[in-house]
Write a new protein. Structure first.
Length: 157
């Protein structure tokens, strides 16, 4: 039987300062640039970035995850547990496919730029879907990090 919880970590050393990286990765345009061309996430009109003073522990909005920007595949009831401007955030949400989705993104300033790390853990609603969700999600975050390194320069850590 597959594990109940799945998790992985991916990190990149980026050649830009943390404030520059933060100002991009907290915008919906930046998120969608990371996901493109595979996925796009919707957001409410006027909420173009994660606010530094976002209410914690409550659903900010429902974002539809669209395959190739068209076909709805999943939703994310985006809920922030922690937001630390220019240092990172912790999202704990529910999705159509996951009873629990956690995404911790950390930005660590270093002399050469920023170490950006994504820690992902999730509990699928249907346990047998775990291996497929794990494979797809891991590949998606590898893709996101390639896109980040293309934008900011850098290497995988």
């Amino acid at each position: 039987m597959p594990p109940r919880e799945w998790s992985f970590v991916v990190g990149s050393s980026l050649d830009s300062p943390a404030d520059t990286v933060w100002s991009r990765v907290t915008t919906m345009q930046g998120v969608n640039e990371e996901l493109a061309p595979i996925f796009r996430m919707t957001h409410p009109r006027g909420l173009d970035r994660l606010p530094d003073d976002a209410p914690l522990g409550v659903k900010l909005f429902r974002s539809w995850v669209l395959l190739f920007g068209i076909l709805p595949l999943d939703y994310d009831d985006l809920t922030l547990i922690r937001i630390d401007p220019e240092r990172g955030f912790h999202e704990r949400s529910q999705m159509l496919t996951c009873r629990r989705w956690e995404h911790v993104r950390t930005l660590e300033p270093v002399s050469t730029g920023t170490i950006l790390t994504d820690q992902i853990s999730f509990e699928p609603r249907v346990s047998v879907a775990g291996p497929v969700l794990f494979g797809v999600t891991r590949r998606l975050f590898a893709h996101r990090h390639r896109r980040l390194r293309k934008r900011f320069g850098g290497r995988l850590v």
